[in-house]
Design a protein around this ligand. Structure first.
Ligand code: GLN
Length: 473
């Protein structure tokens, strides 16, 4: 049924980069056989799931939606994928995304377009756009996304589904192709908070292969999610209700607060004073880390390599010309073959947004600018975390809109990176502070586009976060 549905709708949605019908059916069959033999099955037994194409899957392409990795087949499973298999989930395919998870609309994919199932002329959000769209179009009930600055929560909001970015360290990053290592987290996406609870329970936990994963026991999220919380205190972020917020989203969030109040919650205002610097800080730190992480794509170790014959012929031709002109300085400055291989491989293999980030990051990390940009950004990052600590001393959860606007038109923002970056205004701060956050559907605009309510929690408070989300749903 899953593959029939994908066949029927995915030519219009474009959520998947690859599917594995044979492998999925074989897994499903073996689960059925084990069930028939009365064997104990895993938490996700038989559930079809889609995985963002940034997580390594053994023997199956993992492209990061980049020309650079278009033919990369990992020799191992990421820990999250291994845990899905161990829980008897059925992985049906890999989903589209912004190249290397850099973007907020999935339009930076080098390998295909994804449309928002609610309105095919609009973006699904990003970078986990495919993972959100395959849920919204009812192709699968569960998917895995990753969130560095909002990439689970923002597409969940734009596609009317539920997604959770866990606390940094809750889920292993082993085998997740790195974008910004101090911000990246893998997380669940599904229709409901209860389904998120089940999936998070399966993928969370300490992993000796990821030194930043934390050794804190994983609660049985799926057991507690349906128990409502009493005496809940919610803090509405004052700074998230100003200029730039769509008025329809503003009223939907306020309406959601009335629902919570009717369930016995108390709602008060809290302040995140430094939240306004979130975008500036994020767009220094994330590109700095990306420029370092992406240095590995050198055309030598793995991934795309420029055509060597053409490259060497061009180099020889340039040298010949220079020798004729007798320009010694230019001859001395000519690339070595290895440097030219690196240059051309990267020029051809990376898309423009990835190059923009590498250049921004390299610039901000260079001698003379390091203190002014990178170090300054780290200091403000600490202040942002401090704001959260102060707010969490007063309230249980911090709430507000997930995004300033509903899904925008395809191509509307591709020519204006800054306006694309501003869509991340409310989500990047959770990654900078390392805390958990969720986006939960909270109604539709007058033109029928989904709106997301963001709920953020104290570090490692996902169990109650899921309960708080479930009681609203
Ligand atoms: N939209 C943000 C960016 O472009 C967040 C991406 C993400 O979380 N992977 O970097």
């Amino acid at each position: 049924e899953v593959f029939a549905r994908i066949e029927a709708v995915d030519s219009r949605v474009g959520a998947f980069l690859s599917t594995d019908r044979e492998g999925a059916l074989a897994t499903a069959k073996s689960i059925d056989d084990r069930r028939a033999r009365g064997e104990k099955l895993g938490l996700l037994a038989g559930l079809p799931i889609a995985v963002k194409d940034v997580l390594c899957t053994k023997g199956q392409k993992t492209t990061c939606a980049s020309k650079m990795l278009a033919n990369f087949v990992p020799p191992y499973d990421s820990t999250v994928v291994a845990k899905l298999r161990a829980a008897d989930a059925v992985i049906v395919g890999k989903t589209n995304m912004d190249e290397f998870a850099m973007g907020g609309s999935t339009e930076n994919s080098a390998l295909g377009k994804t449309a928002n199932p609610w309105d095919l002329s609009r973006v699904p959000g990003g970078s986990s756009g495919g993972a959100a769209a395959c849920l919204a179009a009812s192709m699968v009930p569960l998917s895995i996304g990753t969130d560095t600055g909002g990439s689970i929560r923002q597409p969940a909001a734009l596609c009317g589904v539920t997604g959770l970015k866990p606390t940094y360290g809750r889920v292993s990053r082993y085998g997740l192709v790195a974008f910004a290592s101090s911000l990246d987290q893998v997380g669940p996406m599904a229709w409901t908070a209860a389904d998120n609870a089940l999936l998070l329970e399966a993928i969370a936990g300490h992993d000796p292969l990821d030194s930043t994963s934390t050794d804190i026991p994983v609660p049985a999220y799926s057991q507690s999610v349906d128990k409502p919380l009493a005496g809940l205190k919610l803090g509405l972020v004052r700074e998230h209700f100003g200029e730039g917020l769509s008025s329809e989203i503003d009223s939907a969030i306020r309406e959601a607060m009335r629902v919570y109040e009717s369930l016995g919650a108390k709602v008060e205002e809290v302040s995140l004073l430094h939240a306004k610097y979130g975008i500036a800080v994020y767009y220094i730190i994330a590109p700095c880390e990306a420029s370092s992480n992406l240095a590995r794509y050198d055309g030598v170790h793995y991934g795309y390599r420029t055509d060597e014959k053409t490259m060497l012929a061009e180099l020889a031709e340039e040298r010949e010309k220079l020798e004729k002109s007798g320009d010694r300085a230019a001859i001395a400055a000519l690339d070595s073959p290895l440097v030219r291989l690196y240059r051309k491989t990267r020029a051809e293999g990376f898309g423009s947004e990835v190059k923009r980030r590498i250049m921004l990051g390299t610039y901000a990390l260079s001698a003379g600018y390091y203190d002014a940009y990178y170090l300054k950004a780290l200091k403000v990052r600490r202040l942002i975390r401090g704001d959260y600590d102060a707010a969490f001393a007063k309230v249980d959860f911090i709430v507000g809109p997930t995004t300033p606007n509903p899904a925008f038109k395809l191509a509307e923002k591709t020519g204006d990176p800054l306006s694309m970056y501003l869509e991340d205004l409310y989500t990047v701060t959770a990654n900078l502070a390392g805390i958990g956050g969720m986006s939960v559907p909270c109604g539709l605009t007058s033109s029928g586009l989904p709106i997301g309510l963001q709920i953020q929690c104290r570090p490692f408070d996902e169990e109650r976060l899921l309960q708080a989300a479930a009681m609203y749903q």
